[in-house]
Design a protein around this ligand. Structure first.
Ligand SMILES: NC(=O)C1=CN([C@@H]2O[C@H](COP(=O)(O)OP(=O)(O)OC[C@H]3O[C@@H](n4cnc5c(N)ncnc54)[C@H](OP(=O)(O)O)[C@@H]3O)[C@@H](O)[C@H]2O)C=CC1
Ligand SMILES: O=C(CO)COP(=O)(O)O
Length: 356
């Protein structure tokens, strides 16, 4: 059995460590917090992030990055997006030579876009670890609340990579009777869907917190998917990916569930909580806040129309209220409902714009 490493001991890193361990692998779970690592190693629990889980014996928890990384056959980044570049820089000294057979699979299971550069996480890892086409990143993404995975509820998820072989190895490592993994080649689509759905989940929470009902939720999710797809296609994704687990699947699970930290943060905002306190109150990462900023900025840069993202951006930057933002969305010019198959023709003029 292989030696596999998870970097990041929050809720998702802990749940994924459990999945790998249940498949019989030797798993190392790394936390950057020495005290937290020691507590988890001693008590076999992660009471701070995922209390229902008991770590199997074959999970070792450490705060020592060299130990975590040196002999790993797979390194899975599961830290918040804002920490990805820093953690990649930290592991560099401990990685083996790329020319040897011992080079690990580099993968991530996080969801977001880097602030200011708007890079996807695989692009940050490729940049920092000088990865080549021979060693492409694998992305694990899809509808998967950590709590439900820890409870052995049934989950289906996607492993995407430019290398089908690498994606299939990840599929092999993770797949269990209640954790089903599909492979996919569209890394851009899978990462873009995973990142942008958090914006819409935040919006769905805001709607619920403000008092709107199911019609509004369905409208938001459906039109949200249209704009996620529009931006995704503009950056090179396959439109069909947004119909899959990492697209509509993850959007449904996040925008309709109170498990979702993004939905809950939105709900608090809709209820009138001060926006600058919402993330801290959650005590866990709320990726949608930063992704809304990045998503809005990149849409502006690429001239992609994203009215819902713009409305949520204006709410979280306190330029408008949820009620005023919803009114503004409803009073936009009359439109036809553009189908996904038509999106490419809609985008062609935008593509030309980009080239100017
Ligand atoms: N939870 C879920 O159900 C799912 C989450 N994801 C994604 O996985 C990623 C991680 O989320 P999740 O585990 O839920 O987040 P949590 O908030 O539960 O945990 C975050 C973890 O990252 C650690 N961390 C924070 N900053 C750094 C840093 N600079 N260096 C190293 N470690 C750091 C935290 O440590 P400490 O608190 O000790 O500082 C904590 O262990 C996110 O991108 C999320 O969108 C994807 C699918 C499902
Ligand atoms: O990505 C997730 C489920 O697939 C988790 O979403 P939250 O970060 O909103 O909890």
């Amino acid at each position: 059995m292989a030696q596999l490493t998870i970097l990041g001991a929050g809720s998702w890193g802990s749940a994924l460590a459990m999945v790998l361990a249940e498949n019989g692998h030797e798993v190392t779970l790394w936390s950057h917090n020495e005290y937290h690592a020691q507590m988890m190693q001693e008590t076999r629990q992660n009471t701070r992030y995922l209390e229902q889980l008991t770590f199997p014996e074959n999970v070792t928890i450490t705060a020592d990055l060299a130990t975590a990384v040196r002999d790993a056959a797979l390194i899975n980044f599961v830290v918040p997006t804002k920490a990805i570049r820093q953690v990649a820089q930290q592991i560099k000294p401990y990685l083996k030579d790329k020319r040897t057979d011992e080079w690990p699979i580099i993968m991530h299971s996080s969801k977001g876009l880097e602030q200011k550069t708007y890079l996807r996480i695989s692009e940050v890892l490729t940049e920092e670890l000088n990865l080549t086409e021979e060693h492409p990143v694998v992305v694990l993404s899809g509808p998967s609340h950590a709590e439900e995975v820890a409870n052995h509820d049934v989950t289906a998820i996607t492993a995407a990579s430019q290398s089908l072989e690498a994606a299939e190895r990840v599929q092999q490592y993770f797949m269990t009777d209640d954790f089903r993994v599909y492979t996919n080649r569209d890394v851009i689509g899978v990462e873009t869907g995973g990142a942008l759905k958090n914006i819409i989940a935040l919006g769905a929470g805001i709607l619920a917190g403000t008092g709107y009902g199911d019609n509004a939720k369905a409208a938001l999710v459906t039109r949200g998917l249209a704009e996620i797809s529009r931006l995704g296609i503009a950056v090179g994704a396959d439109p069909l990916t947004f119909m899959g687990l990492s697209g509509v699947g993850d959007l449904i699970v996040t925008a309709t569930s109170s498990h979702s930290r993004n939905w809950r943060a939105g709900y608090q905002i809709g209820q009138g909580a001060p926006i600058d306190t919402v993330e801290e109150q959650m005590g866990m990462v709320v990726e949608g806040m930063a992704t809304t900023i990045a998503g809005y900025e990149v849409a502006q840069k690429l001239h992609v129309e994203m009215p819902i993202t713009t409305a949520i951006y204006e709410v979280i930057t306190e330029q408008t209220t949820p009620q005023a933002a919803i009114q503004q969305l409803m009073r936009r010019d009359k439109k036809g409902e553009v189908h996904f198959t038509d999106l490419q023709s809609v985008l062609t003029p935008l593509e030309q714009d980009k080239g100017e």
